[in-house]
Write a protein that binds this ligand. Structure first.
Ligand SMILES: Cc1ncc(COP(=O)(O)O)c(C=O)c1O
Length: 472
């Protein structure tokens, strides 16, 4: 048998390889399943990957949320939990880390991101006000709407085009924002809701130039600018890589500079901050902080623990410092990119350029024979699971939900299946297995049938909806 000279990962793409800046000390064994077992599990789950048992999953790319592998130092930190009801020393460590790396003055811990979204939405939005943002995130928009806000998408048009190679597809279109302010008046804008790397657009970053411009516009009209900092460290990597003047700046400095242009931030620490649970809200304005600190007591817990154990806050404080190391973020995004490069080379339609935390398969292009109401992205997630036990998630019509006024489905331009890579969890060999499985279902795409929704919950339906195979 003849074969080509084997190549390392780097050589395949004409460069030197990178490797993870850590070694593995403990492993978690995985169960391999047969196709028949997966068929049964998927039917029981109503073709919704959120309803699968994790024991039935081989490689879990459902989310990068709370799925991080913590370091030995974070685990050691867990043993230093000060479980006092009030004034835990771990809260002060967290506060110190946030001031040092994100630069905000006042900190409110929350149990996770949506706890923080709830608080800021309740305090900063008056019923009927507009909340312009760079595309939406499911929980963020829902909390804004529950507080009486009207979300308006002001992201650049490139974000809606899965093939556009614009380097900062997460940017806000300042012209669209200005037009909204002109039309509705500045007093009618609750705040500008800016997310660092836009999840729903494929993990696309926001440039430093864009946040500076937004700051100037917000100052002109006395509007607040709040940041969803959930993946802001990953955003800083793209600024370092793509924006003039930042190539030599450490990630930590870029992060702090970016945050410095905003008035505050909320965070799902289950992503960038390298923990399994946690979140925070941080602002610079004392009066706002006082309100938030008061409200957190009602919904989360006292303002020095916000629904978290002391040990969780300690792990978070350590995770924040680890997350801004250049070697960490380079290997984290390098792994995502490796998977993206394989799929791109094989002609599989994915959102370009590859973002920070996930590969987004373009399900509309994958299954051109399916109408959007036949849930192409949900179908793709089901097929991938059946083929190899890999769990992904839908980011298309099911996630988009319905228009609260008309009751109609939203039909988002992007119909995507997300392969989300947990931080520090899987190896390159896992990525190879994923790529080959995607290729296998791509090769048989012509015979794939879509789905119909047979159960639809009222809120965030994609989590619990059930589906049936069409023509079954
Ligand atoms: C951009 C973004 N914001 C907010 C959240 C909500 O955070 P959590 O899941 O911790 O409530 C998420 C979670 O996926 C997210 O991706």
């Amino acid at each position: 048998m003849t074969h080509d000279t084997p190549k390392t990962m780097g050589q395949q793409f004409g460069r030197r390889s990178w490797a993870e800046p850590w070694k593995i000390k403990m492993v978690e064994r995985l169960r391999m399943t047969t196709r028949e077992e997966r068929q049964r599990a998927l039917s029981e789950a109503g073709f919704n990957t959120f309803l699968l048992r994790s024991d039935d999953v081989y490689i879990d790319l459902l989310t990068d949320s709370g799925t991080n592998a913590m370091s030995d130092e974070q685990w050691a930190g867990m043993m230093l939990g000060d479980e006092a009801y009030a004034g835990s020393r771990n809260f002060y460590h967290l506060e110190e880390a946030l001031r040092k790396y994100y630069g905000y003055k006042y900190v409110v811990p929350t149990h996770q991101g949506r706890g923080a979204e709830h608080l800021i939405s309740q305090v900063a939005i008056k019923a009927g006000q507009y909340v312009p943002g760079n595309m939406y995130f499911t929980t963020t928009r829902l909390h804004q709407e529950l507080a009486g806000g009207i979300f308006v998408d002001v992201i650049v048009d490139h974000a809606h085009d899965p093939d556009s190679l614009h380097p900062f597809k997460g940017n806000i279109d300042v012209g669209k924002l200005e037009a909204l302010i002109k039309r509705e008046s500045a007093a009618q804008i609750a705040y500008v809701s800016l997310a660092g790397t836009v999840n729903m657009a494929g993990g696309q970053p926001v440039s430093m130039a864009n946040v500076k411009e937004l700051r100037a516009l917000c100052d002109k009209h006395a509007i607040k600018l709040y940041l969803d900092a959930t993946r802001m460290v990953e955003n800083a990597f793209f600024i370092q890589e793509r924006e003039e003047g930042y190539a030599k700046k450490p990630i930590a400095d870029i992060l702090k500079e970016f945050c410095g242009y905003t008035d505050g931030a909320w965070m799902s620490a289950k992503k960038d901050n390298l923990v399994n649970i946690g979140g925070w809200l941080a602002v610079n304005d004392w009066t706002l902080f006082e309100e938030l600190r008061n409200l957190v007591v009602v919904y989360e817990g006292l303002h020095t623990y916000g629904g978290l154990a002391g040990r969780d806050m300690e792990a978070m404080a350590i995770g924040i410092a680890e997350s801004v190391e250049d070697a960490h973020i380079r290997s984290r995004i390098g792994q995502v990119r490796y998977l993206g490069e394989l799929l791109t080379d094989w002609g599989i339609p994915i959102v370009q350029p590859v973002g920070g935390h996930a590969i987004f398969l373009n399900a509309k292009a994958f299954y051109p024979q399916l109408k959007q109401i036949e849930f192409p992205a949900q179908t793709l997630a089901a097929e991938l699971y059946l083929d190899s036990g890999i769990r992904s998630m839908e980011r298309g019509i099911a996630s988009a939900g319905r228009d609260a006024k008309t009751g109609d489905h939203y039909y988002p331009k992007l119909e995507l299946t997300r392969l989300t890579i947990p931080r520090r969890v899987y190896t390159q060999a896992h990525m190879d297995v994923v790529a080959e499985s995607v290729k296998a279902i791509f090769d048989m795409r012509g015979t794939t049938r879509g789905l119909k929704m047979i159960y639809e919950p009222k809120y965030l339906r994609f989590f619990q909806a059930r589906f049936e195979r069409l023509g079954a």
